[in-house]
Write a protein that binds this ligand. Structure first.
Ligand SMILES: Cc1cc2nc3c(=O)[nH]c(=O)nc-3n(C[C@H](O)[C@H](O)[C@H](O)COP(=O)(O)O)c2cc1C
Length: 321
């Protein structure tokens, strides 16, 4: 298998994709992941109800930088007409794919009939995919979980039904929506789905946080690629480590955690404003500092800062390099 993959004419530099994560995967973080060799990048989920009504806040979630190509736009919603209107009336020309979220388990999304709720109604699932495909000017993919409720089964049947509608690829997170993020992702279930799909492109997802996790996941499931979410938070260099699976002789990229934190931080303060940007970065900083080996007490000091300068001083004080 090559490191890169071609999907419907789109060249994707690595089979390790960055997962969409609301509140995390803005263009600043995505760009860092791409620098370290991430394959397809995806925006966080964007509401078609909001986009079809041109609610201005929505456009913030859709911002991108030119060097992010190939980038996918993830949409969620439950109404076919809203999907169509959102797609037809927006300039989506930069995005290489539109991804439909059929996996989000959060109460707000499920209550509105979107995300993983779609998995409870196969006809709805297919009609949303058809509606999006009928208007999209780029390939369309779907991101699903094993199902809505643990134990209900039907994963393979649903995946095969989706395949009939010819999405560009499917991403399967090896959990049920009712699991939220509990337990461990079921790569055996992902393997069953891949086995049923044959040559059709399946991207597996769930709990891949290291090179050895990735090797194991590929071995078990024979998927065409792996999507990585939480394993990349505060650790964008994971993509360089993962790409070793395909290029074992490449020199690992050199990086400085301090420089990455500063660049990430400055990107966030530029995007969200100084105070909001710093608050937004806190969850990332905690992770980065854990990788840098700081103690809990040292990390807490960073949580009390309100300026970029203070953070840079603390990085120096604690010898983060
Ligand atoms: C904070 C957070 C936000 C997420 N937001 C989204 C989202 O917007 N769209 C989506 O399809 N999945 C979302 N997910 C799910 C991830 O894309 C991924 O499927 C899940 O985290 C499992 O992969 P991982 O174990 O590599 O993190 C989110 C997950 C987390 C932890």
């Amino acid at each position: 298998m090559n490191k890169s993959i071609n999907i419907e004419g789109v060249h994707i530099p690595s089979r390790f994709f960055l997962a969409p994560m609301a509140g995390y995967t803005d263009y600043v973080f995505r760009s860092l992941c791409r620098e370290f060799g991430a394959g397809l990048l995806v925006t966080e989920l964007v509401s078609v109800a909001a986009l079809s009504r041109q609610i201005s806040k929505t456009y913030k979630y859709m911002e991108y930088l030119e060097h992010e190509a190939p980038l996918s736009l993830q949409l969620f919603g439950s109404n076919e007409d809203e999907y169509k209107k959102a797609i037809e009336e927006s300039d989506l020309s930069f995005y290489s794919f539109i991804d439909i979220n059929m996996g989000c388990p959060t109460r707000k999304v499920v209550r509105s009939g979107g995300g993983s709720a779609i998995l409870t109604d196969t006809n709805k699932m297919l009609s949303i995919l058809r509606a999006v495909k009928s208007v999209a000017k780029c390939p369309v993919s779907v991101k699903v979980r094993l199902g809505f409720k643990r134990g209900e089964g039907g994963t393979v049947e649903r995946i095969l039904a989706l395949k009939e509608e010819k999405p560009a690829f499917i991403t399967l997170h090896g959990r049920y929506a009712s699991d939220m993020y509990r337990g461990v992702a079921d790569w055996e279930a992902i393997a069953e789905a891949k086995n049923a799909l044959g040559d059709f492109i399946l991207i597996g997802n769930g709990d891949v946080k290291s090179y050895s996790d990735a090797v194991k996941a590929f071995e078990i499931s024979k998927v065409d690629g792996i999507m990585v979410g939480r394993g990349a938070v505060g650790c964008p260099w994971i993509f360089d480590e993962l790409n070793r699976v395909f290029e074992p002789n490449e020199e690992p990229k050199k990086y400085s955690i301090k420089d990455i934190i500063i660049r990430h931080l400055k990107g966030c303060t530029h995007l969200y404003g100084e105070i909001r940007g710093i608050h937004f970065m806190r969850k990332f900083i905690m992770k980065y500092l854990a990788y840098a080996g700081l103690t809990r007490t040292q990390k807490i000091e960073f949580m009390q800062t309100e300026s970029v300068e203070e953070i840079i001083n603390l990085l120096q004080k604690h010898n983060v390099s």
